[in-house]
Design a protein around this ligand. Structure first.
Ligand code: TH1
Length: 826
């Protein structure tokens, strides 16, 4: 060990590695990376070489922040958070790190002196698509805030070799291809070969008793694989850095040595490949179960590695396992990591010989669980038979937890029906384990992600548990990092804001409130709308590049970007667009302001209806964009391959944000916050966080429509008859009939028959019910749009009142309400 007591003593020595932040320092480091790390000279270097050199330059500086943070955490023996999530969507790292290091301009100048353009280099970055949508992006926003706020923390996940598929549109249909994000290597990560753990699967258990009649249970696995850590530092703003630790599956060293010795080389290699399969690919389903064995393997694999790592870190500090819950809290991001409850019990009881009661106390006081959805198809239930084959010991533990839990609740005042509803095992039909119940029983806190959703969680899905343990339940409304989604992605608006109210909003988003008086200032409004127009020009250029379609930046940009799902009702927007189209074509009435409707989002590859909806959008687009009678007024665009990177171009250019899910279905939504933060007005239902956004910005600054959650429930109880609505609303009837018309389907009458039939017969998400109220509210939107001063005022007031939706606030809520963890400032 070198004699360095504090890293600071090292960094400040003269002549030590250049990690300075001046323009000259950056230029020198950048060239050093190009020469010494890549072995390149500028004349032959590619754009990617330049990107990699800059990324490595920046990474050094981020790691310098990280080691300092780590040193402090260790010194203070601080209580910390471990965040377990099967998904992350960090987005491009480079721009965000430059902002957080406050060297954006220095870097721009350093590169300019080398005749290089920073924006072009930023554009080279391929983002890690290690998540499906909101849930993964939320985890990444939380990492930004954890780092910024100086919360001792580490985030664990899976290093998928192939992230979310790449979406192309061919002939109007979604076509998937693999996402090779590691293709050009990943300069942000560092492999940690020394941090690796064995993970067992299959086999059976053996029960025996020792002389003292103490029961010992041994799990004799069928196979073993190895998980190795890959660390990516995530830097906060002017602050600490934390680690995102992702596990990659590999064959164990000794793997099938026997087969190899026998000369069966190919079999050995085949087994190696099978081990590596576990972290090959992200399951591309958002809020829908695949129920596949490999998915459960992924979940257990990363949970097992992460818990072993947490225990290692705990013991490394010279502590006892009995105090694990005092030093660590582990947050479960949905039920995807919930097998952790059984795994921690196994590690404590079987491996570390702790008694069941003590182990259960530690476990129950360590975990906290966030629920992100009430959709029945997204509530994880693993078949008992699958668990028995894959994780036989865990199944025994789950049965034991179940039986002790039932004994406990039988003593309370619960009906037989309630008790069986609370079972961890659902044995109506094929027996399954209800993972949400396992997570709830095994945690000290359970939270939903918006006020509405947390309420519904306690009234519906986990009602009996909320009655049993009312204090266990709480709400933490989601938030977003305004640094990425305003400061980095919308520099024009960020500059205008800072010029007028200073820069404090970067760390205290509430300060945006200071914009409120400016809403009445005509000069400011004009600057505000000028910024928006510039952003719209940018977006228009992007749209042209991606789709070939031209739009005028003065048009109303009416945007819906999110995963394609029936409950999110992209097809309700389509019905509205068709009603406008038919008004122009059939009624010869053209009163709509020129509007471009922009959609983007991926459909799960196996989700028939979602893929049809994409085809519906693109077909309506083809019809409208190519019809000279309407294409001066309307444009319909589907942007392929929605990602964080693309999102950062979209939000700044939006005028209108579509948040139109059926009430009670969208747990929170976070896109809604990103749009409003960038000055878009929202048309939306009282769903998820829309409710709170509307509360904050004021009802007069929000375009509301549709049934409430309660009204939805009543309507369904009374018996819902979409056909009746259809036959009584002439305008709607014309729109629905158009879905199967030759004009739209171009000779394939079956093309949208499934959509048509679904709406007329079931319409489970009440599109027809909410249709008229939506169309009416859109009329109102158009009225306000015709009054630019009014629109500008509303836009400013929206931004001014977004303070609540910073992920800094969410993380502070988690710290206070759940984690009881404090900041360690460096
Ligand atoms: C989303 C919710 O749909 C969304 O409303 C919320 O804002 C977001 O989580 C963050 O809280 C969810 N995504 C998934 C993905 C899977 C399973 C459940 C959910 S809930 C795979």
């Amino acid at each position: 060990m070198p004699k360095i007591k504090k890293t600071e003593n090292y960094f400040t020595q003269p002549g030590v590695a250049n990690i300075g932040l001046s323009k000259e320092d950056i230029k020198t480091s950048f060239l050093e990376k190009l020469f010494y790390s890549l072995g390149r000279i500028p004349v032959v270097a590619t754009k990617n070489d330049f990107y990699t050199s800059l990324a490595l330059t920046v990474r050094d500086r981020v790691f310098r922040k990280y080691v300092k943070s780590l040193e402090q955490y260790v010194e203070e023996d601080a209580r910390g958070v471990a965040y377990l999530s099967a998904e992350y969507l960090p987005g491009p790292h480079l721009g965000n790190n430059l902002l957080n290091l406050e060297i954006m301009e220095e870097t721009r100048e350093a590169l300019a002196e080398l005749n290089l353009n920073l924006d072009e280099i930023l554009n080279e970055e391929v983002e890690p698509g290690l998540g499906n949508g909101g849930l993964g992006r939320l985890a990444s926003c939380y990492m930004d805030s954890l780092a910024t706020l100086g919360i001792p923390s580490i985030a664990y996940g899976i290093r998928y070799e192939f992230g979310i598929f790449k979406q192309e549109i061919q002939d109007g249909w979604q076509i998937e291809s693999t996402d090779k994000w590691l293709h050009n290597r990943n300069p942000w990560e560092v492999i940690r070969p020394e941090i690796s753990f064995e993970v067992k699967f299959g086999g059976h258990t053996e029960h025996s008793r020792d002389q003292d009649n103490k029961l010992h249970i041994e799990w004799i696995p069928g196979t073993e694989i190895k998980g190795t850590a890959f660390d990516t530092p995530i830097l906060g703003y002017q602050s600490n850095a934390i680690i995102l630790r992702l596990w990659k599956a590999e064959a164990t060293e000794s793997f099938d040595f026997a087969a190899y010795n026998l000369g069966d080389y190919y079999r050995a290699v085949e087994k190696k490949m099978r081990s590596e399969n576990i972290t090959k690919v992200l399951y591309p389903n958002d809020e829908n179960l695949s129920g596949k064995e490999l998915r459960l393997k992924q979940q257990y694999f990363f949970v097992c590695c992460s818990l072993k790592d947490i225990i290692r870190l705990h013991l490394l500090q010279g502590r006892k396992l009995e105090t694990l819950h005092e030093k660590f809290t582990i947050q479960l991001n949905d039920t995807h990591p919930s097998i952790a409850v059984a795994e921690l019990m196994r590690l404590l009881v079987d491996v570390h010989q702790m008694g069941w009661e003590d182990a259960w106390k530690v476990t129950q006081n360590t975990f906290a669980y966030t629920n992100h959805t009430l959709l029945p198809e997204a509530l994880e239930k693993w078949p008992v038979n699958l668990l028995r084959n894959l994780l036989p010991r865990h199944l025994e533990i789950i049965y034991e937890i179940n039986s002790r839990f039932i004994t406990e609740i039988r003593e309370k005042d619960f009906s037989g029906e309630q008790i069986s509803r609370m079972f961890l095992i659902d044995d109506r039909g094929e027996p399954t384990v209800r993972m949400a119940h396992l997570a709830t029983v095994g945690s000290y806190k359970v939270n939903g992600v918006s006020a509405l959703h947390s309420g519904l969680l306690q009234e519906q899905v986990l009602k009996d548990f909320a009655q049993l343990w009312p204090k266990k339940f709480t709400n933490v409304t989601n938030g977003i990092t305004h640094r990425r989604f305003l400061a980095v992605s919308n520099p024009r608006l960020a500059a205008l804001i800072s010029e007028n109210i200073g820069k404090d909003w970067l760390t205290q988003l509430d300060k945006l409130k200071g914009l409120e008086p400016f809403a009445a200032n005509k000069d400011f409004r004009s600057k505000w709308m000028q910024v928006k127009l510039e952003n719209k020009k940018n977006l228009a250029t992007h749209i042209k590049e991606l789709t070939g379609i031209e739009i005028k930046p003065e048009m109303l940009l009416d945007i819906q970007v999110k995963r394609i799902h029936e409950y999110k009702r992209q097809h309700l927007k389509v019905l509205h667009i068709l009603s406008l189209y038919l008004q122009i074509k059939k009624d010869k009435q053209n009163t709509v302001p020129p509007t471009a409707f922009v959609f983007a989002g991926k459909a799960a590859p196996g989700y028939f209806m979602a893929k049809r909806i994409i085809k519906l959008i693109t077909s309506v687009g083809d019809l409208i964009n190519n019809d000279p009678e309407v294409n001066g007024t309307l444009k319909v665009i589907f942007l392929p391959n929605f990602s964080v990177k693309l999102a950062q171009h979209v939000y700044p250019g939006a005028d209108l944000s579509e948040q139109i899910s059926m009430a009670g279905k969208e747990a929170s939504g976070t896109g809604n916050m990103k749009f409003a933060l960038n000055g878009a007005l929202t048309v939306g239902t009282l769903d998820g966080a829309n409710v709170e956004i509307r509360e904050e910005v004021g009802e007069e600054n929000f375009f509301l429509f549709g049934l409430t959650t309660e009204e939805v429930a009543d309507k369904k109880k009374q018996g819902y008859h979409p056909y009746k609505i259809y036959s009584e609303n002439e305008n709607l009837k014309r729109v629905i009939d158009f879905l199967i018309s030759d004009e739209l389907t171009k000779g394939d009458p079956e093309l949208f028959r499934s959509v048509y039939d679904n709406l007329l017969n079931q319409d489970p998400y009440l599109l027809l019910e909410d249709y008229q109220s939506y169309v009416d509210q859109m009329e109102n939107v158009y009225k306000v749009w015709q009054d630019p001063e009014k629109w500008a005022q509303m836009s400013i007031l929206n931004v001014a009142n977004m303070g609540k939706f910073s992920s800094d606030r969410s993380i502070k809520d988690y710290c206070e309400k759940i984690w009881k963890v404090g900041a360690v400032k460096v």
